[in-house]
Write a new protein. Structure first.
Length: 366
């Protein structure tokens, strides 16, 4: 495999090339079992009756086809099972018929609502000694909880946003000060579920009433963070022999790079109403700093395979971690694909990297 650009020429991307080449050498030994929830096919086990739907977290038919075609173009065998029930059936009935000696499980299934649901399939894989493409059950459960993951990072000196937990019994450990600009997020959800313009607010004596309504509607605690106006940046992290980064990917919306006080709401995310750019062109020093912070965050939370660390950056302050994603979007419309294409790679190269990295971690060799 050959990549382009200065980083490819100076050898700093050898880790990516070597793992892609490893995947190429293992096509007769290794295949991927893709466990997914799919819009229009998966029946939600549980959903929010008066709010945004978890269906937005499921793959669309187009996204699933992109995955399957991407693995086919990479010459990597890929078998798909639908939902957690499909994975259970594969374990019980079809595992022995998998046409490669080493199946690698890549689970994007998280049907239902509430905490820890991302940990079901990784936990079963550990019990059955089936290697995973990405993080184990512990990693995905910690990272899926926004408040706990950010608290761990902040406690150990990384610049995570100041956060408070609003639970059924009130604030923990205490309420944020009045007059502070905040943003409220669902603790256990992704894809901007529950996120709208009203999610950003100034703390006052009436705030608890509004927060209680949201927490009741979505049946979970809220992670309330100090709001940082300005740029929003995603840093994809690739797990090679250690956490690696390629670039800091800026998010633009409605033609604007500086998002100011706006956020990526549920409505925008659901229809991919945003784009990407190289944040190094905007602020190279901050981009370099965020890549370093992202690698340390990935390591500190014990993630594997791939992960994504999201930041906000104001004109006055340093980068602030706002979220860590253990199951980042790896579709063609994703910061991961944008980063790989930036260095001359393709979508199939991204998928080959996943297989090569997982094979390396699992001790599967040529």
């Amino acid at each position: 495999m050959k990549l382009s650009g200065p980083a490819a020429r100076d050898g700093s991307l050898n880790w990516f090339v070597e793992l892609v080449d490893l995947a190429d050498s293992l096509v007769d030994k290794v295949g991927v079992l893709l466990a997914v929830n799919v819009q229009g096919k998966t029946q939600p086990l549980d959903d929010y009756q008066d709010g945004d739907s978890i269906v937005s977290e499921f793959l669309t038919g187009v996204e699933l086809n992109d995955f399957v075609e991407g693995f086919e173009l990479a010459n990597i065998y890929c078998q798909t099972v639908l939902d957690e029930e499909g994975f259970l059936q594969w374990l019980a009935r079809d595992r022995g018929r998998f046409p490669r000696a080493h199946p690698l499980v890549y689970s994007l299934a998280q049907n239902g609502t509430g905490p820890a649901r991302l940990g079901l399939i990784p936990g079963l894989c550990r019990l059955q000694h089936v290697p995973l493409v990405d993080s184990d059950g512990y990693g995905v459960i910690i990272a899926q909880n926004k408040f706990h993951s950010l608290s761990i990072l902040r406690q150990h000196g990384l610049p995570a946003a100041r956060s408070w937990w609003f639970t059924a019994t009130g604030w923990w450990p205490c309420a944020p000060p009045h007059g502070l600009k905040l943003i409220a997020k669902l603790t256990h959800e992704s894809a901007s579920l529950g996120m709208g313009s009203e999610s950003v607010f100034i703390m006052d004596r009436n705030s608890e009433i509004s927060l209680a309504r949201v927490a009741t509607r979505y049946r979970q605690p809220l992670t309330v963070q100090e709001f940082v106006p300005g740029f929003e940046i995603e840093v994809p992290v690739f797990d090679a022999d250690e956490p690696r980064t390629i670039m800091a990917v800026g998010i633009e919306s409605n033609g604007s790079r500086n998002l100011g006080s706006s956020v990526l709401s549920y409505d925008r995310v659901a229809i991919d109403e945003y784009g990407f750019y190289d944040f190094g062109d905007e602020n190279s020093d901050a981009a370099t700093e965020m890549m370093k912070i992202a690698r340390e965050s990935f390591r500190g939370l014990g993630l594997k395979g791939v992960g994504r660390v999201d930041f906000r950056l104001s004109s006055e302050g340093p980068p602030t971690i706002i979220e860590v994603n253990c199951k980042p979007h790896l579709t063609k419309h994703s910061s991961f694909c944008h980063a790989v294409m930036h260095i001359g790679g393709s979508y199939s190269d991204l998928l080959r990297f996943l297989v090569g990295a997982a094979s390396f971690r699992s001790g599967i060799t040529r």
